[in-house]
Design a protein around this ligand. Structure first.
Ligand code: ADP
Ligand code: MG
Length: 155
């Protein structure tokens, strides 16, 4: 199915599975923006992406570091950015992220990545008030708007 798409993600395992399946479409130069409030599941999804890529180390909410680079078995490194403490696009630029040769997954991007690339994937996670389920909307821009993305969470 073409993007955009909306999925119901019932639990943490499914969120990781979604990340794992998305990872199959990612290559060097790709940028994934993750929106959603604290505890939405942004890091959980990143963990799934990391698992599928064979990322080194632990994927966790980078509390003191703004960006963590994980080497992977599959080639391009995975750069996990938590832009929560970043104040501007200039501060993001100061991190000197190697966008071209990495898969970059960024939590709390706001508008800091505007102009960085024409093609990116934007994911928004919202939390259901009564259950643990999350609604995940996946939108593609540029090249990504024409991509076919198959996700099967088994529900
Ligand atoms: N459907 C779900 N998807 C993702 N996480 C869930 C879900 N249901 C419960 N959780 C829990 O919510 C928390 C999400 O935390 P985290 O991924 O660190 O969020 P964020 O990075 O968006 O702040 C985890 O403790 C996880 O176990
Ligand atoms: Mg997080």
């Amino acid at each position: 199915m073409n993007l955009p798409k909306e999925l119901i993600v019932e639990n943490e395992q499914s969120m990781q599975l979604l990340g794992q399946q998305l990872a199959g479409y990612l290559q060097a130069g790709d940028l994934v923006l993750l929106n959603g409030s604290l505890g939405a599941g942004k890091t959980t999804m990143t963990r799934g992406i990391g698992r599928a890529l064979g990322a080194s180390g632990t994927i966790q909410s980078p509390t003191f570091v703004l960006a963590r680079t994980h080497q992977t078995d599959k080639g391009p490194k995975l750069v996990h950015v938590d832009a929560y403490r970043l104040g501007s696009a200039i501060e993001l630029d100061d991190l000197d992220i190697d966008f071209e040769n990495s898969i970059v997954v960024m939590e709390w991007p706001r508008d800091f990545t505007h102009g960085l690339t024409d093609d990116w994937l934007e994911i928004s996670i919202t939390r259901d008030r009564e259950s643990d389920a999350r609604t995940v909307s996946i939108q593609g821009f540029g090249e990504w708007s024409r991509r076919e993305v198959e996700i099967d969470l088994g529900n």
